[in-house]
Design a protein around this ligand. Structure first.
Ligand SMILES: Nc1ncnc2c1ncn2[C@@H]1O[C@H](COP(=O)(O)OP(=O)(O)O)[C@@H](O)[C@H]1O
Ligand SMILES: [Mg+2]
Length: 243
């Protein structure tokens, strides 16, 4: 049974149709990746799912609840959380306090929130950074902090927007392992990622967007041999590297 369902999502900005007829489901313990060139509409899909934007057409539901008109905060409380492509920690606060802010969504006391935050930071190998000011973190650690902040809200469906952007290879490897552990916990994951080898390793299913429209969907193996996808996005180099 799907946790998150998008049905015929469509969004126009003036004359530009940024997202057109996008439908998918995200199930517990499954990773769905959304790929496509810059400007394909991926982040806009996340904004529609989380309620930062209102669709012109289509709907989003969490379990059986239609989320139309529900605020981003209420969606988060219902279990739908996201990371932002451009990470914006509270720079003046410590790493721990940034994560405590996320944990406060559910925790009944500040002590409980701190406990949740410490646990999440430990899961992400960030315990040593608890007292560091968030503004001083290098990009790799800021990306992990962004993950920690949303995980502290205990999501059932989690949207990850390019969490590997700017990471060095060893950090990418760690992040892949971490996302796999989230899947094992039964979280439904929707991932936007440019890092193709990570997408291929992680995804159960891939949805390919071009100019806002779905052009293919399937397993990594199916999508990578789809001629439409190869010409639109992955390109001859990718095809050659796989052969
Ligand atoms: N708030 C907005 N107002 C106007 N145009 C937007 C807005 N957000 C995104 N767009 C446009 O919609 C298209 C899809 O953008 P986006 O969803 O950010 O793509 P992606 O994340 O796949 O790179 C782009 O052409 C972008 O310029
Ligand atoms: Mg984007």
């Amino acid at each position: 049974m799907a946790v998150l369902t998008a049905t015929d999502l469509t969004k126009r900005f003036g004359g530009l149709t940024a997202v057109k007829d996008v439908s998918f489901t995200a199930r517990p313990g499954e990773i769905l990746s959304i790929i496509g060139p810059n400007g394909a509409g991926k982040t806009t899909v996340f904004n529609l799912l989380t309620g930062f934007l209102r669709p012109d057409r289509g709907s989003v539901s969490l379990d059986d609840m239609d989320l139309g008109g529900v605020s981003p905060e209420s969606r988060c409380r219902a279990g739908l959380a996201r990371t932002f492509q451009i990470v914006q920690p509270f720079r003046g606060l410590s790493v721990l306090d940034n994560v405590v802010m996320g944990a406060m969504l559910r925790a009944r006391s500040i002590e409980m929130a701190r406990e949740i935050a410490r646990k999440v930071l430990s899961d992400l190998d960030m315990s040593a950074l608890c007292d560091v000011s968030a503004g001083q973190l290098p990009i790799g650690d800021r990306k992990r902090l962004e993950m920690a902040k949303v995980l502290a809200t205990s999501p059932r469906a989690l949207l990850l927007d390019e969490v590997m952007g700017g990471l060095i290879p060893i950090e990418v490897k760690k992040m892949i392992g971490f996302i796999q552990r989230l899947r094992e916990r039964g979280i439904a994951l929707v991932v936007i990622e440019h890092h193709m080898s990570a997408v291929m390793q992680l995804s159960d299913r891939i949805l390919v967007l071009q100019n806002g429209e779905p052009i293919a969907t399937g397993t990594p193996a199916e999508v990578t041999r789809d001629p439409v996808v190869l010409s639109a996005y992955l390109g001859a180099n990718f095809a050659a590297s796989r052969s």
